[in-house]
Write a protein that binds this ligand. Structure first.
Ligand code: HEM
Length: 225
């Protein structure tokens, strides 16, 4: 219990919490991307995947509760660290931002806030079904919910497709800095590896960005219909 208290009380402890919860969320994002990319394998693949996820409701709800707890811990710790940072430096730099930070790192908090809003909107859209209610009722020939038709109908609306594409841009910024901070916070970054870590962070964020971006884009351009 004392270890947990110490973890959340010290700045370094909070950075560890951010790194570990960030890594778990990164893992979820990769699995989610792989699941969604099955749209390119046709309706049967992605609808079958959706049906599999929903086939064990108790397990699904357990995973959702764990994911939500990790997400809220990440967000709550980010807020605490940001407030600490502001309290330590009440007067902003007068000569502009520090030359040792990147644009992505300075915008970490704001990209995080935008992603938070996106995730709330996204869950209301494709899980709860309140943004475009009709699309939740599509079924395929086997009587399974048709995720394929749902996504095609969702992204045929240019405003919805555009909102997802913009959100993926913020995801790119957030991940590109988040992945390299992960190594820094856990003390795994040193001069010899920093170039490699930066390359990995930018590369992984780019692959994830392009993978997610492709879905609304291919629907909007009529390549997936
Ligand atoms: C083009 C991009 C995306 C597409 C097409 C997409 C698709 C979907 C679909 C179809 C669902 C409903 C799953 C179901 O209830 O069976 C879903 C849920 C969800 N998505 Fe996404 N997603 C995208 C991007 C993202 C991103 C970037 C994140 C996180 C950063 C994310 C986080 C979630 C979460 C947390 C849920 C709720 C999971 C649940 O209901 O159990 N999604 N997404």
């Amino acid at each position: 219990m004392n270890i947990i208290k110490a973890l959340f009380q010290s700045t370094i402890g909070k950075k560890y919490v951010m790194a570990v919860t960030g890594l778990l969320l990164f893992g979820y994002v990769i699995l989610h991307l792989l699941g969604n990319l099955q749209i390119y394998m046709g309706p049967n693949a992605i609808n079958g995947y959706g049906a599999l996820l929903h086939s064990r409701p108790a397990l699904l709800w357990l995973a959702r509760v764990i994911l939500l707890a990790i997400f809220l811990t990440h967000v709550g710790t980010a807020i605490a660290l940001t407030l600490e940072n502001w309290a330590a430096r009440p007067i902003a730099y007068t000569i502009g931002p520090s030359p040792y930070t990147t644009y992505a790192s300075r915008t970490m908090f704001i990209s995080g806030v935008i992603l938070f809003c996106y995730i709330v909107y996204h869950v209301l859209h494709l899980t709860v079904g309140v943004v475009q209610p009709g699309i939740m009722d599509f079924k395929d020939q086997l009587g399974r919910p048709s995720i394929y038709r749902m996504l095609v109908a969702a992204f045929s609306n240019p405003w919805i497709a555009l909102s997802y594409m913009v959100a993926m841009g913020f995801l790119y910024f957030h991940l590109s800095h988040g992945i390299s901070s992960f190594f820094q916070s856990l003390g795994l970054k040193n001069r010899a590896y920093s170039g490699l870590i930066l390359g990995f962070a930018l590369g992984a964020a780019l692959v994830i960005f392009l993978g997610f971006l492709s879905i609304p884009l291919t629907v909007l351009t009529g390549l997936v219909k």
